[in-house]
Design a protein around this ligand. Structure first.
Ligand code: C2E
Ligand code: CA
Ligand code: CA
Length: 567
């Protein structure tokens, strides 16, 4: 309010008060209005009221030329109503102000709460979603899975999980770059979300996705979801200017929720996924508890190998390699066994494959080699050579020459009394190092045999360039000789074997037939010129002393206690 406005207002109010003082009949309520108007004009301080009273009391009467005594009574009442009106208006205004402050505070608090909720929601979204595809992430998936399993009253509910992984995604990444790889993942995520609408689809990381299928009635429900997912992934997609078609593998687990745990479900789905991958990909596999248990057992068994070596749970059996010409014991094959504290004696088929997969075969094979050399040396001379199986990894490992050379030196076993059995596939790689290593060993005098000949690549011409001394023909071939000579297939097998033997001889290789179980087989093998035989007919694998006993020249040694016990 400007000074002029203020003056105009005061002038008007003064006029009203003067009017009231003179009016007939006298109405003191004018004072209420004047008081309220003063407050409304923001003349609202204690001094403002004091000044007003003073003006009214002293100046009004004088300025208007009224006789003070005449209006004394009216003046007093008017002053009372002005101050009352003023005080009321002031109180109302204060209340109004308090109210609006309260409202403003409430609004501010509501706004702050909303902002907090929004940022919390944003934060939670970030924590539970994958930034690339915006699909739920592992955290959210696990939450939902756990909730589905623990839901109260879940009773007979069943639940399913599809674990999906793109086939050969790495090739896309490596050949087209990570940007294209990322764009492909985004596109796959969108297709999965569209195809599987109701079901929770999450990205676990990399090219791994997982689908939660709640309230299933059996495996078929989840199979249907898996097929929809495979179809969605398989649609050709234009990604970053490239037309890409990818496939996926899916592991399916479906079971009652009672007794399920999220961790165990996910692990089961994961291993089932690997079955689908191992079967060639672009397919689903269903969880099989027996197979899963086998795999876990196999895994546990392989993990136990190093400690078992340290505890001395492995030992060697020996099986005779017998001359077909005169029945002499030429050599013995060392076959490893595991005296497992709980499972009893385990044959190599139970653990060698595993040890090869995990690489533990290098340590185990090293132990076998050392043990075989040590025992064979104690047999004295003349004695059979000891034939030791070498896994692919052992042959391909640098340092094989030093290892074998060192063992021969330490044990004092003459090189010609050691034979190394390797499979054809060991030599089929293009690497030159293994061939070079074997040649150095052969030059030392160590015998090199090709094991299980005929089950692999079977290339005799190739053998010409390898430092090989002997072929061990796989038992499958020899099995054909069990049938009567009159059997046409048996005669065919015999002819194949005969030409194999003569080709081997042409290459200066000796031939040992494996799996000889009957006298008839031995006779026919002898007739076609096979050099040696191995099999139950000649002797089962067992402690060294047993093999050596059968050799007349050695039985005396064995009897004299110069032969290792062989376990
Ligand atoms: P392999 O090298 O072919 O060894 C011969 C296998 O045939 C042995 O099984 C032996 O018990 C079995 N056998 C011998 N005579 C007969 C017979 O007349 N009939 C039949 N049906 N079978 C016969 P084993 O001891 O179970 O060994 C299995 C395989 O395990 C071996 O096959 C060899 O590949 C591997 N292995 C054994 N010891 C070692 C080792 O120290 N290192 C490596 N890398 N592999 C080993
Ligand atoms: Ca062998
Ligand atoms: Ca063999």
């Amino acid at each position: 309010m400007t000074q002029a406005q203020l003056e105009a207002l005061l002038h008007r109010l003064t006029g009203r008060l003067a009017g009231a003082l003179r009016a007939e009949p006298f109405d003191p309520r004018v004072g209420h209005q004047v008081g309220a108007e003063l407050v409304a004009a923001h003349i609202a301080s204690a001094e403002g009221l004091g000044r007003t009273v003073e003006v009214i009391q002293l100046r009004l009467v004088r300025d208007l030329g009224l006789v003070a005594d005449d209006v004394e009574d009216r003046m007093a009442r008017l002053l009372a109503t002005v101050t009352t009106g003023y005080a009321r208006a002031l109180r109302d205004r204060t209340l109004d102000e308090q109210e609006s402050i309260r409202r403003a505070a409430m609004t501010a608090r509501a706004q702050a709460e909303r902002a907090l909720r929004d940022s919390e929601a944003r934060f939670r979204h970030q924590a539970t979603h994958d930034p690339l595809t915006d699909l739920p992430n592992r955290t959210l998936f696990t939450e939902r899975l756990t909730a589905a399993i623990d839901r109260p009253g879940r009773g007979a509910d069943r639940i399913g999980v599809c674990f999906l992984d793109l086939d050969r995604f790495k090739v896309v990444n490596d050949s087209l770059g990570h940007q294209v790889g990322d764009a492909l993942l985004v596109s796959v995520a969108a297709r999965l979300r569209r195809a599987l609408g109701d079901h929770l689809v999450a990205r676990l990381g990399g090219d791994e996705f997982v689908v939660l299928v709640e309230r299933t009635t059996g495996t078929h429900d989840v199979v249907r979801v898996a097929e929809a997912a495979l179809a969605a992934v398989g649609e050709p997609a234009l990604v970053d200017g490239h037309e890409l078609t990818v496939s996926a593998s899916v592991g399916i687990v479906e079971r009652p929720v009672v007794g399920a745990s999220p961790v165990e479900l996910m692990r089961a789905a994961d291993s089932t996924l690997h079955w689908a991958k191992a079967a060639g990909g672009a397919r689903w596999s269903i969880f099989d508890p027996d197979r899963h248990r086998d795999e876990l057992d196999r895994y546990a068994l392989s993990a136990a190998i190093p400690a078992a070596i340290d505890r001395g749970e492995f030992y060697l059996d020996y099986q005779p390699l017998t001359s077909l010409r005169d029945g002499a014991l030429l050599g013995v094959e060392a076959l490893v066994r595991w005296r497992h504290p709980e499972l009893g004696v385990l044959r190599p088929d139970r653990f060698i494959g595993l040890a090869e997969e995990t690489g533990l075969i290098v340590r185990l094979g090293g132990w076998v080699l050392a043990e075989a050399c040590r025992e064979a040396e104690s047999w004295g001379a003349p004695a059979p050579f000891v034939s030791v199986n070498l896994a692919v990894r052992q042959v391909h490992r640098p340092g094989l020459v030093q290892e074998v050379g060192g063992l021969l030196r330490q044990t004092g076993l003459p090189p010609e009394r050691l034979q190394l059995e390797i499979t054809e596939s060991t030599m089929m790689s293009t690497a030159e190092e293994p061939v070079r290593a074997l040649r150095v060993l052969a030059d030392l005098g160590v015998r090199i045999a090709i094991d299980d000949f005929g089950t692999g690549y079977c290339n005799l011409a190739y053998l010409r360039d390898l430092p090989v001394t002997e072929l061990k023909v796989a038992g499958e071939f020899v099995a054909g000789l069990r049938a009567p000579v009159t059997d046409p297939t048996s005669r065919t097998d015999e002819r194949i074997l005969a030409s194999l033997v003569s080709l081997a001889h042409a290459l200066d290789l000796t031939v040992t037939a494996e799996g000889v179980e009957t006298e008839g087989q031995a006779d026919r093998l002898r007739a076609i010129g096979c050099d040696a035989g191995q099999g139950w007919y000649f002797g089962r694998p067992g402690p060294a002393a047993g093999c050596l006993d059968r050799s007349p020249a050695l039985s005396t040694l064995a009897g004299a206690g110069a032969v290792g016990s062989g376990g």
